[in-house]
Design a protein. Structure first.
Length: 249
């Protein structure tokens, strides 16, 4: 497909987590790659990370709330007939603890619940409120930033209980959601995306000098979007890494 055709195909793009490190880089990459697309960024924070991006509109929304998401989808619907691409770039390594658990004795009930809420419940709520707008697109795409650590078969080191459990739950949500959206729209793609290790506030304390594949947010964003847009309906429900390889559950 020529660049122009690819650009025309993508009309309405919605990105949650507009002011996160990877989220802001994704918005910038999308804005540059698809200048004619209508791009909407959503953040909880009233700071305009998108001020210099002419084709991006920013909405402030507490997307952890069902009510706020219902309002946001109504507002969105007044301006857009459908969503072609929806990306969730939000998530945390730890919600309450200073660092992830190394042993079972460090397990904290509040951390488990809040980590699950942020990493898995919020993407599910967003999908619920934008399901109809996704289903009515020609070939809708939904992607949420997951992590290799959510793979059960890949777990060789243990530790990081809350984050592992939450990303596994997110991956199960993605598989289940892919089946429901497929019933409404055979062209749909619903996937988890693993960015690799990205230099952010989130990760810098855990990056060792031996860490392979450690990317800047800009490189991570371009890799993720290129992988996301190349995935086919037959691959819907899976989790894919920055290089396009599938991460098995
Ligand atoms: N960095 C890495 O190496 C790495 C590796 C694998 C996977 N990931 C995944 O990539 C995603 C983004 O990570 P990042 O490195 O860009 O992190 P980041 O810069 O810390 O951004 C975190 C994002 O999550 C949102 N968030 C934080 N706390 C929240 C809360 N309590 N409720 C709702 N939303 C909350 C923030 O939203 P606001 O902007 O609204 O505050 C922000 O958009 C995460 O899902 C993470 O698991 C990252």
């Amino acid at each position: 497909m020529s660049e122009k055709n690819a650009e025309e195909k993508i009309k309405n793009i919605l990105v949650f987590g507009a002011t996160g490190t990877i989220g802001a880089a994704i918005l910038k990459y999308l804005s540059m790659s698809y200048p004619s697309a209508q791009i909407t960024g959503v953040s909880r924070r009233p700071q305009d990370a998108t001020a210099d991006l002419s084709n991006v509109t920013l909405h402030i929304c507490d997307y952890g709330s069902d009510t706020a998401l219902a309002q946001l989808s109504k507002i969105y619907e007044q301006h857009h007939a459908h969503v072609d691409e929806l990306l969730i770039t939000t998530g945390v390594l730890t919600a309450i603890l200073d660092k992830p658990e190394k042993s079972v004795q460090q397990i904290d009930q509040e951390e488990l619940l809040e980590n699950l809420r942020i990493n898995a419940v919020i993407p599910a709520l967003i999908f619920k409120h934008f399901f109809r707008l996704l289903a009515s697109a020609h070939a809708p795409r939904f992607g949420a930033l997951s992590a290799r650590i959510g793979s059960i078969s890949d777990n060789r080191l243990g530790g990081w209980y809350a984050y592992r459990m939450a990303k596994s739950a997110l991956n199960m949500f993605i598989k289940t959601a892919s089946l429901e959206l497929k019933r409404k729209n055979k062209q749909s793609v619903v996937v988890g995306l693993h960015p690799g290790t990205v230099k952010t506030k989130f990760s810098e304390r855990f990056i060792k000098h031996t860490t392979k594949n450690c990317f800047t947010p800009e490189v991570a964003a371009s890799q993720l979007i290129d992988v996301f847009q190349a995935l086919t309906p037959a691959q819907s429900g899976g989790c894919f890494a920055w290089d396009g390889t599938e991460i098995l559950p």
